[in-house]
Ligand binder design. Structure first.
Ligand SMILES: N=C(N)NCCCC[C@H](N)C(=O)O
Ligand SMILES: O=C(O)CCC(=O)C(=O)O
Ligand SMILES: [Fe+2]
Length: 330
């Protein structure tokens, strides 16, 4: 459970990035300090900013620029990569197509998933089978996003090694069978400006994305500069803003890490409201477990939380499929 936090902490993870491949990383004082900060942030908010992550700012910006270009195309053009169940729920969804807790969200988006080949996970993977739908325009989107996915995968793995230490495990805790072959999701999201009803406050259809938790292990959020729209719920029920901080990613914990950690870390509720006069782009990268892994509280986390398992075992792929098929009513 998150605490009564009032802001989201920022962590310089450069010592972790530098020492991540070192077998003695857990003995390094710089790494230890990052781990301490990660632990605190994950307990208190489930959200934190990272700087010193090593992904070039030019790439981070270019990814958003290309996304703006795509969303600026005529609707017919965007529909050429329309999301369908037959394409494994990959592709473009118009504003209002994604549903959160029964309410249509005021965003458009493109979903990309790690490829699932036919029969790869038998019945478990059927719903997600398919190849990503890349637009012809902008022509460099595929190359650029594939590079971005590689960099985000690598960065997420490094942060997760730090989080594994923060939980009191070994750096490899989330490798191998658990997340050594990580599934991933890239979600390019566009939030049209929402006219504020003359002082009537926020109504349901002003919500860019309704309150939800993320599904996997760790999310890396790359958001437009200059617009504050992402909000995170604290334990008093207040919505705390996560304004853009240039050069950083906003990171947050997903449902599978909540289970593994037996609730030591929680997947915190968050939502998006774009009240600004500008169209907002966010590119969210979701680092997820192995598709077919059964996730249950880790023994060392159960011990330190009093010995009782707080969560049932969940198969990640099943959790994802349940979410995806209820997000879209087709
Ligand atoms: N993979 C993630 N987290 N996708 C973000 C979508 C969150 C909203 C979705 N309708 C829901 O209710 O989950
Ligand atoms: O737009 C954002 O800042 C966050 C989006 C988000 O929470 C999500 O897609 O899961
Ligand atoms: Fe989210």
């Amino acid at each position: 459970m998150a605490t009564d936090f009032k802001s989201i902490p920022l962590i310089d993870i450069s010592p972790l990035i530098a020492k991540c491949g070192d077998p003695l990383m857990d003995k390094d004082p710089g790494v230890a300090e990052v781990v301490r900060q990660l632990d605190r942030a994950c307990r208190e908010a489930g959200f934190f900013y990272v700087k010193g992550h090593g992904i070039p700012d030019s790439l981070i910006r270019e990814v958003r620029t290309v996304s703006h270009k795509f969303f600026g195309l005529p609707y017919e053009e965007k529909l050429k990569i329309k999301l369908t169940p037959a394409a494994g729920y990959r592709g473009y969804q118009r504003v209002g197509e994604n549903i959160t807790k029964g309410v249509p969200d005021m965003h458009e988006a493109i979903d990309f998933y790690r490829e699932v080949k036919q029969g790869m996970y038998r019945d478990l993977g059927r719903t997600m089978e398919g190849c990503n739908l890349w637009p012809c325009d902008p022509p460099n989107m595929k190359t650029l996003m594939e590079e971005y996915i590689d960099r985000c995968t690598d960065l997420s793995r490094k942060i997760i090694r730090g989080i594994a230490l923060a939980l009191g495990g070994s750096p490899e805790e989330f490798e191998g069978e658990r997340a050594g072959d990580p599934f991933w999701v890239l979600r390019i999201i566009g939030y049209p400006r929402v006219p504020t009803a003359n002082g009537h406050g926020t109504s349901d259809n002003d919500i860019g994305c309704g309150a939800h938790t993320d599904y996997g292990i760790l999310t890396l959020v790359n958001q437009d500069d200059g617009i504050t729209a992402l909000q995170v719920k604290n334990s008093s029920g207040e919505w705390i803003s996560a304004p853009p901080v240039p050069g950083t990613f906003v990171c947050n914990i997903g449902d599978m890490l909540k289970i593994w950690s037996n609730g030591v870390y929680d997947s915190t509720l968050h939502r998006v409201i774009n009240n600004s006069p500008k169209y907002r782009v966010c590119v969210a990268f979701f680092y997820e477990p192995n598709f077919d892994v059964g996730v249950e509280p880790l023994d060392f986390c159960v011990k330190r939380t009093g010995g009782a398992k707080k969560f049932e075992r969940a198969v990640y792929g099943e959790h994802l499929v349940t979410k995806v098929t209820t997000n879209f009513v087709m």
